[in-house]
Write a protein of this length. Structure first.
Length: 429
């Protein structure tokens, strides 16, 4: 089939990284298998990209670097500084994109990172079918859970809600939504907000993926019951209020699974509070805080456990859930945000997020159930592996995006061919 010309906007784009940099790199890498791709990104990413990029393997892949003037780049610090710099970068990169479009006549423009639904992409103004996302940011911690947050956590939530409120009222954000041929939402919560912003076609499209090499390593881990030793629950991530580690600790104390252990891997501002909570709950001798570990060591600790406990209150993504499923570990999570899309009833337990007391009871019930039923753990683990292999390979996402690009370009061509009075028929890939 004809190779399209695709302009990809990836403010964050680096190889061998997770989160946003990994999304930018991997989507560009996969799309280049099908199409000629120009990747607009920052100069600060150039060293990592050029060290890993082999133009002989992907002759149709090009990187175009752009940064603001040095005096502005030096102010790219702190939350407000980074947000302002990103907004200004989006304006500046529009000029670069317009020049590139005059030279190459792109078939599709796709904004990939950053992935917030309440920040605009000015590339939507170009006369080319525009794909936005996958974007997140529509998720919120339910209000009943705020009472357990530290002062720092409550301030964070208030500022985040204010930033999103103002962002959604930015006329350029609304213009981005309305001009998108397709808006990709990481979660159902973000999809709902995109509808209110005026996006015409929305698809829920989890942004997380794993390279084939990582998946191949993870699926080699023995299933949990082969580990021997005590039942071991694992929590993994940055120790922040929104990750819900306190809910996991309270549930572990309530579950009272004889001989079980709870390992927490990661570090962050809530660590001391969590250590104090474990002591007050009388479970400090069964809870181990490993602190921050390099990724390969963190995944090895995951392999030594039986079940991942991830009661995050507003993750757009949740990479650790995908990694746990690939490793054959059942996942206990909340029925919120990214984990709610990733995890199914066959791969784990999703708990309704009504209020903290109910969540703690339900997580405790899930812990007891999984601790006493090795067969259930094995079945969920195997289902998780199959789901990760089928749905969360970057190669799979590349095929989906190839089909999406062909859909939006054919729809745009059909629309141009119709008489002015005739409506464009609804179409979905």
């Amino acid at each position: 089939m004809k190779r399209l010309r695709v302009l990809l906007s990836a403010y964050s784009c680096e190889p061998n990284r997770g989160s946003e940099p990994g999304v930018g790199w991997n989507i560009a890498h996969e799309i280049a298998k099908y199409h000629d791709v120009w990747v607009l990104t920052r100069t600060s990413n150039a060293a990592a990209i050029e060290g890993a990029f082999d133009p002989r393997r992907f002759p149709g892949m090009r990187f175009v670097y752009y940064d603001l003037r040095p005096w502005l780049t030096r102010r790219n610090r702190g939350v407000l500084g980074r947000q302002l710099y990103y907004y200004l970068w989006q304006i500046g990169v529009f000029v670069q994109a317009r020049r590139l479009h005059r030279e190459h006549r792109f078939d599709v423009i796709h904004h990939v990172t950053f992935a917030k639904h309440w920040r605009p992409s000015f590339l939507a103004l170009l006369p080319v079918p525009f794909v936005w996302g996958p974007v997140g940011g529509g998720e919120s911690a339910p209000i009943p859970f705020w009472r357990n947050f530290s002062v720092r956590g409550k301030v964070y939530e208030v500022l985040r809600a204010m930033g999103r409120w103002f962002g959604e009222r930015d006329p350029f954000v609304r213009l981005t939504a309305r001009r998108s041929a397709v808006a990709l939402a990481k979660t159902e919560e973000t999809a709902s907000r995109l509808r209110r912003l005026g996006a015409k076609e929305i698809q829920v499209f989890p942004g997380e993926g794993l390279p084939a090499a990582d998946l191949d390593d993870l699926i080699q881990y023995p299933l949990p019951e082969a580990n021997g030793g005590p039942m071991r629950f694992i929590g993994l991530g940055v120790l922040r209020h929104l990750k819900g580690f306190d809910l996991g600790l309270r549930a572990f104390a309530q579950a009272d699974v004889g001989g079980a252990e709870y390992w927490i891997i990661g570090d962050g501002p809530e660590r001391k509070n969590l250590e104090t909570l474990a002591h007050n709950l009388g479970i400090a001798d069964r809870v181990r805080f490993w602190g921050w570990l390099p990724r390969n060591q963190a995944l090895q600790k995951l392999a030594e456990g039986h079940t991942l406990v991830h009661p995050s209150l507003h993750d757009s993504g949740g990479w650790v859930c995908v990694e746990a499923m690939a490793a054959g570990r059942p996942v206990i999570c909340l029925d919120l945000g990214g984990p709610a899309v990733q995890v199914t009833e066959h791969t784990g337990v999703k708990v309704r997020a009504g209020d903290p007391e109910q969540v703690v009871r339900d997580i405790a019930d899930a812990m007891r159930r999984l601790a006493r039923d090795a067969t259930l753990r094995a079945m969920m683990g195997e289902s998780g592996r199959q789901r990760s292999l089928a749905m969360f390979r970057w190669e799979y996402k590349g095929r989906l995006l190839d089909a999406l690009y062909r859909h939006v370009t054919s729809t745009a061509q059909h629309a141009r061919a119709l008489p002015a009075h005739q409506e464009v028929p609804a179409c979905r890939p």
